[in-house]
Design a binder for this molecule. Structure first.
Ligand SMILES: *Cc1c(COP(=O)(O)O)cnc(C)c1O
Length: 416
């Protein structure tokens, strides 16, 4: 007898969902009541990418309302039909100037921007060389393009150059890297990658989702902080939904690059334009990034404070990764993993989850990042700091981390 239930849509899906649960990979959404770091019942959030605290900024809400009144809440059509408003145009020009490039092009999300660029630049027979820890959207984009996908060791420009030297120079080769790595918080070595690309006539693309607004003296991102010129990185992608506090993304580069995207990028052509109200509000985000450098100054002091004080967590089985950005991950040790009952496979997902749950019981929201988002065995608490945290907030996080990871406490849980 065939199992009829398994052959139905829901039956097949439920079997898959069950496997996901058994592997401790099941994920759940949590409903929040707002963008701020302080929630109801004294809850403090340390897992948002709203690094400058702009997502809940009243002046942005005002600008959004004004944008909606002037240009509409929705774009109404794609950019090439009649969805390209004055608000989009103004924002594109401003982003081009801000990043020191000829032009910029808006997309509705960073995921879509990455699909849009790589699929327009590469095709079958071409190759994208990725840092091993690149964002998932960059890998998906390469698959959409039908291009070959190669990965080099994380942060290793020499390994990248060795691959470039071995590849047929008549093929198009695009080197792709995150500026700031989203789960590790460290940065790419852009000067080294840029010179490798120059020597081998390859193109370089940087996804600076976590660098823009945060790094560099004026917040222009990873390129500014490493003194890399726009010429060295011909393709720059940035998102608006992280430090800039709105939503959407852009690609900035030469006039030829932007024109090619408008003509050939299917993820650009076949979609409704980003809300013009959001585009309008993002102009105010850029004003705040430029005119309120104290947000970055405060954030930097919180980062330094956290790093100084969190180093001792190592003795409690939580190892702080090397990072100078607001992303400050704490990797759960193998020892804690064994105590938490993680499997023989070297995984530590359960231990990371247990740690996140203990934090939550104390009113701290900091999510555990597990495989497959990060490699097996490197599950972590991805702590992110924001300019809207106070030093007292960070002290409360530290105090709670030391308490819930204290060896005596974990031993106690084991016995019970
Ligand atoms: C968040 C992120 C994206 C996706 O951007 P969205 O606007 O959220 O779709 C792309 N790349 C990196 C490195 C990111 O961190």
């Amino acid at each position: 007898m065939p199992d009829l239930h398994r052959d139905t849509l829901d039956g097949a899906l439920q079997a898959r969902l069950q496997r996901q649960r058994e592997r401790h990979r099941y994920r759940e959404r949590r409903t929040t009541s707002g963008a701020g770091v302080r929630g109801p019942h004294d809850r403090l959030t340390f897992c948002s990418n709203d690094y400058l605290g702009l997502a809940g900024e009243p002046r942005l809400a005002e600008a959004l309302a004004e944008g909606a009144r002037r240009f509409g809440t929705g774009g109404g059509a794609s950019h090439l039909v009649c969805g390209h408003s004055e608000a989009h145009e103004r924002l594109e020009q401003r982003l081009a100037t801000w990043t020191g490039r000829e032009r910029a092009l808006l997309f509705s999300s960073g995921y879509q921007a990455n699909l849009g660029v790589i699929s327009a630049l590469l095709g079958r027979g071409d190759i994208a060389l990725h840092d091993r820890l690149n964002h998932a959207s960059l890998l998906d984009a390469t698959r959409l393009a039908g291009a070959g996908l190669e990965r080099f060791a994380h942060g290793d420009a020499t390994a990248c150059e060795q691959r470039l030297a071995a590849l047929d120079p008549s093929r198009r080769r695009l080197v792709v890297t995150d500026g700031v790595f989203s789960m590790d918080g460290d940065t790419a070595d852009l000067p080294a990658l840029a010179s490798a690309c120059e020597r081998h006539h390859a193109w370089l693309m940087v996804d600076d989702a976590h660098g823009l607004g945060v790094l560099g003296v004026t917040g222009r991102g990873t390129l500014e902080s490493q003194s890399v010129t726009p010429q060295a990185v011909p393709v720059l992608m940035g998102t608006l939904g992280k430090a800039l506090g709105t939503q959407g993304a852009f690609v900035a580069g030469s006039d030829a690059l932007i024109e090619a995207l408008i003509q050939f990028s299917r993820p650009y052509v076949y979609t409704t334009s980003l809300s013009p109200a959001l585009a309008w509000a993002t102009l105010t985000s850029l004003d705040l990034v430029e005119n309120e450098p104290e947000r970055r100054g405060h954030l930097d002091s919180l980062i330094a404070h956290f790093r100084r004080e969190a180093a001792g967590l190592h003795a409690h089985g939580l190892t702080l990764m090397p990072s100078c950005t607001p992303i400050q991950p704490l990797v759960v040790s193998r020892h804690s993993a064994q105590r938490a009952g993680d499997g023989e496979d070297g995984g530590n997902d359960l231990a990371a989850l247990a740690m996140a749950e203990s934090l939550e019981a104390s009113g701290i929201w900091c999510s555990a990042i597990r495989s497959p988002t990060v490699p097996v065995g490197s599950a972590r608490l991805r702590v992110t700091l924001s300019a809207s945290h106070t030093r007292a907030d960070v002290d409360r996080l530290l105090e709670t981390l030391y308490r819930v990871s204290h060896p005596s406490r974990i031993a106690g849980r084991e016995r019970s």
